[in-house]
Design a protein around this ligand. Structure first.
Ligand SMILES: Nc1ncnc2c1ncn2[C@@H]1O[C@H](COP(=O)(O)OP(=O)(O)OP(=O)(O)O)[C@@H](O)[C@H]1O
Ligand SMILES: [Mg+2]
Length: 253
């Protein structure tokens, strides 16, 4: 599905990733965690094909940099959708206009209407984006991302600014996408998402470090759930860090 080989990334002199590899080949939800500034968004941007890098990025066994124009169009429309942290919706346009503009096929009206109903947004379809709440914008961004039925959806901190109600909404949506065999890749600090993430990577010190879930003992898992249910993002990160030093002496890459 996704493979990065010998990935190097820097902004001017600042190195973000150094000789990293990453292989994501299973369905379900993959989560990237790490401190602010560690490179989570940069990594999602590279996977989305919107950020230069050096090394090799294979998407469905094809080298991204060798994709033909046709394959790249397929990649953008049918393979990967990206829900940015700030949604990147067109603020002065209506919900419907935002969805129609990004839809690759015509005659999507019925599908759009159904999705607006499913996401509890049908009363807003002629409302401008700038008049919506954060949770409503997030839902429009999700509809836009799933409209073309991509194989993979990237979500950058999908719940960081949402209350518990809207976060539960996102969690339920992610579960539904998972049931439809859409691969989800998330960057997050949010412990509320922990239960739906199947595999974690910690981004730290220019490395992408696999956290092997099979090594999570029941005790630790329970502790996590009990202790971190209502804790802050920072606590979540601390936990992952402690966890890593205690349990993952071995680096799984
Ligand atoms: N276009 C850019 N030019 C220069 N430096 C950049 C650029 N984009 C990101 N950076 C830097 O690269 C580092 C990684 O940024 P990135 O946005 O990937 O972090 P992040 O893990 O997503 O952080 P956060 O949790 O705050 O969203 C940061 O130090 C950031 O300042
Ligand atoms: Mg970020």
């Amino acid at each position: 599905m996704i493979e990065l080989i010998n990935l190097n990334k820097k902004y001017k002199k600042k190195i973000i990733f150094e000789n990293q590899k990453l292989k994501i080949d299973k369905l379900g939800v993959t989560g990237f965690v790490g401190e602010s500034g560690s490179g989570k968004t940069t990594l999602l941007n590279i996977i989305a094909g919107i950020e230069p890098y050096s090394g090799n990025y294979l998407i469905n066994n094809k080298d991204y940099q060798q994709l033909t124009e046709y394959d790249e169009a397929i990649f953008r429309s049918k393979i990967i959708s990206y829900i940015h942290q700030d949604y990147k919706l067109l603020e002065d346009y209506t919900v419907l206009e935002n969805l129609i503009i990004t839809s690759i096929e015509s005659n999507k009206d019925q599908k759009i209407e159904q999705l607006l109903i499913d996401f509890n947004l049908s009363q807003y379809h002629d409302q401008k984006i700038k008049q919506l709440s954060g949770g409503e914008k997030q839902r429009v961004a999700i509809i836009r991302a799933i409209l073309n039925e991509p194989q993979i959806i990237l979500m950058d901190e999908p719940t960081s600014s949402l209350d518990d109600l809207n976060t539960n909404y996102i969690i339920e949506t992610i579960k539904k996408l998972k049931d439809r065999n859409i691969k989800i890749i998330i960057s997050t600090h949010d412990s509320r998402l922990k239960p739906i993430i199947d595999e974690f990577y910690l981004i730290e010190n220019k490395q992408i470090i696999r956290q092997n879930n099979h090594h999570i003992s029941d005790d630790l898992e329970n502790n996590f759930n009990l202790q971190y249910q209502n804790k802050t993002h920072k606590d979540f990160y601390q936990y992952i860090k402690i966890y890593q030093t205690r349990k993952f002496k071995k680096i799984f890459i």
